[in-house]
Structures are given as C-alpha cells and as structure tokens.
Design a binder for this molecule. Sequence first.
Ligand code: PEP
Ligand code: MN
Length: 373
Amino acid sequence: MSPHPHIEPLSPWLPQQGDEPFVISGPCSAESEEQLLTTARELSLLPQVKVLRAGIWKPRTRPNDFEGAGVEALKWMQKAKAETGLKLAVEVANPKHVEEALNYGIDMLWIGARTVVNPFSVQELADALRGTDVPILVKNPLTPDLKLWLGALERINRAGVSRLAAIHRGFHYFEKSPYRNAPMWEIPIELKRLVPGLPLITDISHICGRRDLLQSIAQKALDLETNGLMIESHFNPEAALTDAAQQLTPAALRQLLANLIIRKRSGSIEFEYKLEELRTEIDKIDVELIDLLSRRMQVVDEIGAYKKENNITILQLKRWQHIIEDRISIGTNLGLNRKFLLQLLELVHEASIQRQTEIFNRNEQPPTSSGGA
Ligand code: PEP
Ligand code: MN
C-alpha cells in the first residue's frame, strides 16, 4: 500500500455494533427471483446481517457450468433491497459489470479471487471505478501472495476509492487439508499490520467449502479480530446451482451466529497490566532466542572454517539425522509440536549450510559438495 493510504473506517458506511461483527450473507449465485427473495426475506430477520450478497456473473471453471443470471438478477437484487432494506453487494470482474451494477443501485462491489490474481484486470476495474463513490471489497488472490493482494488494494485506493475493505477467503494449497482454501491466517494478520486502518472481512464459506467447518472458522476469525463475516446462504442449499456444500439456510446461519462467543478486544486495567507483564516477558525471551541463534551461527562458522581447512564436505548427513532425532525428542518431551520443531530445525539447518557455503566460496576453490552443519 502506498505510504499514506486514505482509507475510511468501516463504521460510517457499514455500521458495526461494538465488538460484534456484521454479516454479509446471501446465495453464492442469484439463481431465480424466488430463490433470491425468499433467502433475502429470511436473512433480513437476522439483526447481524447488514448486506445481501449474490453472484450475478459467476467465474466458472468449465464453460457449460452455470455462469450466473446476469443483468436480470440485478433487478431481483433491487427488489430484495426495496423489500428488506438490506444493502446489496455483488462481484464485479470487468468495467461492464461495474457499470451495470451501479445502474441498478448496488451499494458495494467485491472483486473476486480469480480477478485479483491479474493486475491488468484489477487496473481496468480501478479505472472504471475512478470518480464513482462505491465501497469496494477486495478478496485475496487464489495464491498465497500478500503483495498481489496489497497491490490490488493499492490500485483501487489510488483510483480514489477510500471506502475499502479486504476479504480473506483462504488460499489454494496443495497439501491435504480439510479446508477448500487454506486460511493461512498469518497473511491477513500481516495485511492488517501493514495497513492498520483497513477493515477485514472473513469469507468463511470459501475457506471451509463445507458446512460442518463453518462454526469453528467463524469463531477463529472473530478471535483474530475480524470486522465482519461473509457467509453464503440459500433457502434450500441442497438445490443450489453453485457451492451447494458450503451454503447455510438462514435458520442455520441464525444458529451459527448465536453460538459465537463475542470476546472483548481489550480488558480492564488489571487485565491490561498483567498482559503487559506477560508481553514484556515474551520480548525478553525473544531477545534471548535471537542471541542464542547468533551464538549458534558463530559456532557454525567455526565448524565451516575447520571443515574447509581439512578439505571435508559441508553436508554431514549422519550428523544431521542425529540432530533431528535428538532435538525432536528433547522438544516433544517439553511439550513442543513435532512438526513445528522439524520446520524450525530445517530452517536453522538451511541457514547454517548457507553460511558454511559462503565460507567455502570465500576466495580459492569451490566446495567439494553442497551440504550442512
Ligand atoms: C463468491 O464469493 O461466490 C466467489 C466466487 O468467491 P471467490 O472469488 O472468493 O472464489
Ligand atoms: Mn461461492
């Protein structure tokens, strides 16, 4: 984001009550007038739901899949708003969509994950949005690439859009996972750190991909201070033309929202005092950790120089195997997670190899093989 992004806080354009998140809900796709209106009527009875969402133009993998009802559906959206008072949000992927959505009085637009991956498309949208006054929600790109997400927000912001929010909808991930899109919470957290005033909405439906995971992910999003939730709903999810497995009936949505524990973002003086004390402790431990790592690297350097002097290869697989087994056993006995330990050791090992390689490369001949400490 540019050094001084101008972003308006959420509350003036999307009232948020205290620590309670607001909810954007509605079908994945607007399929028929009846489907949209029935769903909207039921949703409007839930006080947390402030915005009705629906896909009008659907980005589909195969050309014969249902591609959305198009402009016709914008008329149903208008009707739903007139009847329920809910604000409206639709996805736009090109300037024509922007024009049509604005013609039909859509209150906010979102840019989908497939569009955000392409800076050309985002720039075209930014140009189309210049001079309009419509709030824009930017989903994360499919790939876990924070810069791409930031870049899209920046392009839209530079076009003069200050009512801006980010939607976290999870990321493509090739390892086995229960989620349709891995949440990778560290990415939206880092985005919030880089752009502190930027409101964040969590699209739990596209993260989960299945109804049974929604409750826990919604709670997690809240505990990580999300500002709002996007949740797909359909009066008859089983019959949905898109994303049937992840949509909730409005009644199930009511239950999910009722089950959420709304925690305060800050506590009493005593609480803050105790928290500060614990944080100070963490700060101290971090400094010690960094100091230890630096001392470890100094020894690694000494070993590297010694190996070089004696013309011995860097990588000593047996030794490395022993280190892994030994440290994991010590760590797991102390209650640390095995996978975490393994990742940490690998990271330290990689950095150690790097340092020794640099020592080997310093003047004279290249190392006899690649390797580790
Ligand atoms: C959607 O919200 O229905 C959608 C297509 O989402 P995404 O762009 O996150 O896949
Ligand atoms: Mn969907």
